[in-house]
Write a protein that binds this ligand. Sequence first.
Ligand code: ZN
Length: 316
Amino acid sequence: MSRTDDIDVLVSEVGPRDGLQSIDRTMPTDLKYRWIDALAEAGLREIEVGSFVSPKRLPQMADTGMVVEYANGIEDLSVLALVPNLRGAQNAVLAGARSLSMPVSASREHSQANIGMTPEAAVSQVKEVADLLRDQPGENSVEVGISTAFGCTMEGPIAEDWVLELALACAEAGAQSVGLSDTTGSANPAQVRRLFDRLRRELGDRAGAAHLHNTRGQGLANVVAALEAGVTTFDSSQAGLGGCPYAPGASGNIVTEDLVYMLESMGLRTGIDIDRLVAARSVIAEGLPGEPLYGLVPDAGVHRGFTYAANLVEAK
Ligand code: ZN
């Protein structure tokens, strides 16, 4: 489990999973190791390192078992792996994964395309996975992210009551936390604030992470809205890699570098060193030559007089 007592916001890096699975080329395994090392050295406390899905479907993720085993050896790093169903969870447990994330899509069409089942069937998979983990030794957890919670490329708007109903069902099925994902980059700040407010009222401290995409440039504004609703864990991807292969036109997670800069500037401690984080981009450039790397802070640098939030706290 990661240390969170000395930070205000947990930045959960999803690049090695969400980012790499949306790129057709495969990053060599030894470069995934180096990338994860570099991210952990920069201060990331939690990294989603891959997903246990059919290697025929997503060959980029075929080495996830090895990557989990490697990342488990890094001190103070919480290693997350995505599983779409019980079978994936069984493979994850065999590989030594302890923290699993599961997508449950609020859009019926996206759910079929992404994991080949209805949202209701996905909730029963959450229950089976939670039951499986209960029988394992040590600390284990399953976190759910409600995909397409803010809208779907295929289905259009998604009813907010339905999103909340699904989130509650996932918590009742045994998920430790349930977050909301803007899989297709359709969310706006008013909607984000409203939905996370409702999520917190329904689930209390089991209300989970915000997973936001910057497809239409609303990413960081949506982060601020989620912060106002009490969210303290944010998924992001180094260099903004990512998207969803089954949600056409939905590319680009929010950029970890820009997110960390914004949070630290706002006085919220992340525990992450921006220079080291930016340096980790070189591993992506080596592993996926020519791949576009997004983010503005890596090019502009921090503003003159920038101070990390931890130093502001000490100065008070
Ligand atoms: Zn995503």
